[in-house]
Design a protein around this ligand. Structure first.
Ligand code: GDP
Length: 444
């Protein structure tokens, strides 16, 4: 997962100041020295780091006083807000034309993930916004790019416009837009060619396509793994094409995260989406606020809830969230959560969004497979209603009965009870961490 090193270092630094009832200028200086190093090490652009540190210092020293927070917490709040601001502040959404189709051009270097992202975005638009996209295969140079898009189109059951690899990409783009108009499609997503480096031919071709189809949105796909290079590439594309936003791919990989933090600050281009894996559903809208709190270890309860909501009834999810915050889950809720977690996808991805999960080393490699979940389900289902609501009732003879009923052993029942207790404790910690948050933003 991206940002791991940065998150760990920043959290270590912030932990030192968190509980302080009094924060001196020297404390802030000391802390900012460490923050600076952590950011530079994560490959954040040095100019961006300099500005960030200056800003945080100014605000942290001439602190606006909030009664509800300790001085240490206030400093963290400033760091969080500034980090969020650096990544673009508010979430930046994809354009939507008044008159369909909305034309989106996907540009970027070869291998950045354009073709994959076209398919992911199409899937996102249909699933989350109920839009019907047409995909256009205008990368005629990279061998197999057209085949790849056609395969993805089949997988999604979505039409792909192609004229083979002998046609002019400008004609392909124009043809696709015309077909989308005829067929009343909401979006046309044009996959364009890339090169290994930015070059004039490529830019010329992209400019001609832009001229011909007047896209509402040009999205630049950048590979987050390439760090500062990604930022340089973004600058050149932006100069030539006036790009509307970036999609950062491969944020699931071992990237240090510098690109994600610097792109907006250096180029002014907001990051609109993040690619979190090779699969078609692994594209997420980029939320600066959530990303900042994820980096600072404040967790990402919001993302977690949203992920759950795609499959779960909204009211029920809110209710569960409240229970999580108040730490009064019952075993019935636990069971429901388990089922949702199963739907949400890989457990480590879900865990990485949880507050403090970065610090729980043991959890990082947690392997939860379906058979374990099935066993837990069986144990819970063997409990009586009263036991589910108040696990402290479960004495030795009840444990035996539950183990028998679920076809497990007493030690399995014990393990689950212990896990449940630990989870309750974690929820309590989480809710006390959350109490300091969510107050009105105080900005200079
Ligand atoms: P293009 O040349 O820009 O069209 O790049 P492709 O779409 O063919 O992607 C290049 C490689 O990157 C492929 O192997 C993709 O599966 C992979 N890829 C794209 N996006 C992501 C991502 O978000 N995470 C990971 N891990 N791999 C990705």
């Amino acid at each position: 997962m991206a940002f791991e090193g940065l998150a760990e270092r920043l959290q270590g630094t912030l932990d030192k100041i968190k509980g302080k009832g009094k924060v001196t200028e020297a404390d802030v200086d000391e802390m900012m020295r460490e923050v600076r190093l952590a950011l530079l090490e994560a490959d954040v652009n040095f100019k961006v780091v300099k500005k960030f540190i200056k800003q945080v210092k100014e605000r942290a020293v001439g602190q606006e006083v909030l009664k509800s927070l300790t001085p240490g917490q206030q400093v963290i709040k400033v760091v969080n807000e500034e980090l969020q601001e650096l990544m673009g502040g508010e979430q930046s959404k994809i354009a939507h034309a008044d008159k369909p189709p909305t034309v989106v051009m996907m540009v970027g270097l070869q291998g950045a993930g354009k073709t994959t992202t076209v398919a992911k975005l199409a899937n996102h638009l249909r699933k989350e916004h109920n839009r019907q996209p047409l995909l256009a295969a205008a990368d005629i140079y990279r061998p197999a790019a057209i085949d790849q898009l056609e395969t993805l189109g089949k997988q999604l059951d979505m039409p792909v416009y192609s004229l083979g690899n002998q046609a002019d990409p400008v004609d392909i783009a124009k043809g696709a837009v015309a077909q989308a108009k005829d067929e009343h499609r909401d979006y046309v997503l044009i996959d364009t060619a890339g090169r290994l480096h930015v070059d004039e031919d490529l830019m010329g071709e992209l400019q001609r396509i832009k001229e011909a189809v007047q896209p509402e949105e040009i999205l630049l796909v950048v590979d987050a793994m390439t760090g500062q290079d990604a930022v340089n590439v973004a600058e050149s594309f932006n100069e030539q094409l006036d790009v509307n936003g970036a999609v950062l791919t491969k944020l699931d990989g071992d990237t240090r995260g510098g690109a994600a933090i610097s792109v907006k600050a250096v180029t002014g281009m907001p990051v609109k989406f993040a690619g979190m894996g090779e699969k078609i559903d692994q594209l997420e809208p980029f939320h600066p606020e959530r990303m900042a709190s994820r980096i600072l270890g404040m967790g990402d309860v919001l993302s977690l809830i949203e992920k759950a909501q795609t499959d779960v009834d909204e009211d029920r999810a809110k209710e569960l969230e409240k229970k999580m915050r108040q730490a009064d889950l019952t075993f019935d809720d636990f069971l429901e959560q388990l089922q949702q977690v199963k739907k949400m996808g890989p457990i480590d991805e879900v865990l990485s969004m949880m507050p403090g999960a970065n610090k729980m080393k043991g959890l990082k490699n947690a392997q939860v497979d379906d058979s374990q979940i099935t066993q837990v389900e069986a144990i819970i289902r063997s409990m009586t209603r009263a036991e589910k609501e108040d696990p402290s009732l479960i004495n030795a003879s009840r444990k035996k009965r539950i183990a028998k009923g679920s076809g497990t052993a007493v030690k399995d029942v014990n393990r689950l009870l212990k896990q449940f207790e630990d989870m309750q404790k974690m929820m309590k910690q989480m809710s006390s961490m959350q109490k300091g948050k969510g107050k009105k933003k105080g900005k200079n």
